[in-house]
Write a protein that binds this ligand. Structure first.
Ligand SMILES: NC(=O)c1ccc[n+]([C@@H]2O[C@H](COP(=O)([O-])OP(=O)(O)OC[C@H]3O[C@@H](n4cnc5c(N)ncnc54)[C@H](O)[C@@H]3O)[C@@H](O)[C@H]2O)c1
Length: 251
């Protein structure tokens, strides 16, 4: 396979970092658009300081990547935040801030990359959605809506940009990343793990593997879809899993 140019947003941490490392280890040139650099020497490829909510900055950075590397082959809109609070506690300011990153940030990157991909008649637009885009989860109403919107975006662009440009989302369930660690106490983590058929959170590398597959020629007939990587969480519906302790047969 030829060396591809892969842009990943939010690749200084968590899922984005693991994804950047996966593509780089396969020989691709990776460019990380993030607010901050990766910690230590963990990063893969080159870091460009970009705020995904700033479309002008994203557009200029994508153009620079195309100019420097010759093409933008894969664009992965991964940067995202989540805020845990009840619907009634939400403020206009924090909901707009979340949607600006989780939804506007995806549209901005995908549009900037698609301009190059359509001209080149080749490319793959990917994003990190979530199981929260397909089921309701309390205390994350705006986050859930942002992820459902990203799934809708992928479906729509599959129609507008086919056959040369493909779109797809990876929808992780619970993944052990700094974002997740910061929001959950040990007790909350144990309670969540007990509701996941696989009995644990995903490792970020397991999500990265899904991105790598979707970007590959082996996935060339897949567009407009999501690949759910959730350890079975959605298989029975979240409501049906309440009260069931998976893995209890092991004790
Ligand atoms: N962790 C999970 O369990 C989980 C599950 C499903 C989906 N996701 C999604 O995966 C994605 C990555 O999450 P993570 O858990 O790896 O989080 P993380 O906090 O570890 O990493 C997010 C990265 O995005 C960057 N970022 C945030 N705002 C930005 C902005 N405005 N511009 C540029 N970069 C910005 C951060 O600096 C950080 O490096 C998010 O879209 C999240 O919604 C996470």
């Amino acid at each position: 396979m030829h060396k591809r140019t892969v842009v990943v947003t939010g690749a200084s941490s968590g899922i984005g970092l693991a994804t950047a490392q996966r593509f780089a280890s396969a020989g691709d040139q990776v460019v990380n658009f993030d607010l901050r650099p990766p910690a230590g020497d963990a990063g893969a490829g080159e870091w460009v300081e970009v705020d995904v909510t700033d479309w002008a900055a994203v557009g200029a950075a994508v153009d620079r990547v195309a100019e420097t590397h010759g093409s933008v082959d894969v664009a992965i809109a991964n940067a995202g935040i989540s805020l845990r609070r009840t619907f009634l506690e939400m403020t206009e300011k924090d909901v707009r801030a979340l949607l600006d990153i989780n939804l506007m940030g995806v549209i901005g990157l995908w549009q900037a990359a698609a301009r190059h991909m359509v001209a080149a008649r080749s490319g793959v637009l990917l994003a990190t959605a979530s199981t929260n885009g397909s089921a309701g989860y309390p205390y994350y109403a705006d986050y859930n809506a942002s992820k459902a919107a990203v799934l809708a975006l992928a479906r729509t662009l599959a129609l507008e940009l086919s056959p040369h440009v493909r779109t797809a989302c990876v929808s992780p369930g619970y993944v052990m990343t700094p974002m997740q660690r910061a929001e959950y106490t040990d007790e909350m983590l144990a309670e969540v793990n007990a509701r996941i058929p696989a009995g644990r959170h995903a490792d970020p590398a397991e999500i990265a593997e899904a991105f790598h597959f979707l970007a590959s020629p082996q996935a060339r007939f897949i567009t407009g879809q999501q690949l759910i990587v959730d350890g079975g969480e959605l298989a029975g519906g979240t409501a049906s899993s309440h009260g069931v302790v998976f893995g209890s047969q092991d004790q």
